[in-house]
Ligand binder design. Sequence first.
Ligand SMILES: C[S@@+](CC[C@H](N)C(=O)[O-])C[C@H]1O[C@@H](n2cnc3c(N)ncnc32)[C@H](O)[C@@H]1O
Length: 282
Amino acid sequence: MTVGEALAAGTRRVGRREAALLLQHAARRSALELVTRLDAAVPPRSVGRFLRGLDRRAAGEPLQYVLGEWEFWSLPLRVDRRALVPRPETELLVEEALRLAPGLPKRPVLVDMGTGSGCLAVVLARELPAARILAVDLSAPALDLARANARRHGTGRRITFLRGDLFAALPAGVAADLILSNPPYVPSGELAAARELAAEPALALDGGPDGLALLRRLAREAVDRLVPGGYLLLEVGDGQAERVCRLLAQGGWEEVGTVGDLAGTPRVVRGRRPGSGAGWPG
Ligand SMILES: C[S@@+](CC[C@H](N)C(=O)[O-])C[C@H]1O[C@@H](n2cnc3c(N)ncnc32)[C@H](O)[C@@H]1O
């Protein structure tokens, strides 16, 4: 089978863009190497890998799982069924954490609650080399994946991975300067109907009947695990920001506000534990 024949066969099943990505991955070749050599034969082992990948993708598995790797904040991360595929909107949490970082202590303590693939913990460990990071998840397989990603990017020693139910996982006495979380927030009923989410772990997505079960707990429980003046950053679903802002305001959080994505949709809610500390930077 030539490169051109493989691309044509793949395009019929999953479209040109995905066929090209799957072939690059299977043949371990760049896009340029493939398009400039359409007549070259694809080695039989690569053809086998390509066809198996096509089958998985055509059966509805996310492209990212089939490729086994995906970029977050321009960092290639291993991704598979053990954890959620990192989404572009989650980069807003990184942006906001970095915006706040100059106002944090020199060696800040950060908590990534529900670390999944470890995308937030690993990126923040690289961006903030003085930070100590605690990354929590209830899922042992997700933590294994997160540890592998941390090792791959040389941050394994700077992140402490902990298994448990939200803050119960943290050692007694730990008080963070910043807690960030992309919790499960899809309403259970929507999740059951969403075929495109079926391959990802329900534990990473299911936010209970109204999607806010974990967000409510975070709004209630995080305050005791922050230093006075410490920050909470929460990713929320489209349409949830107003309700989560209200939860934080009712819970006594200060400086409650939102951060919008490129389309202006609020996707991050922030709050600050009452206490000492300067105002918002910027
Ligand atoms: C939406 S995923 C986010 C993963 C990753 N941080 C990201 O942004 O791609 C939520 C994560 O929270 C974890 N999780 C769900 N319930 C939890 C709980 N009660 N305590 C700790 N982690 C939990 C899930 O296993 C999952 O990895």
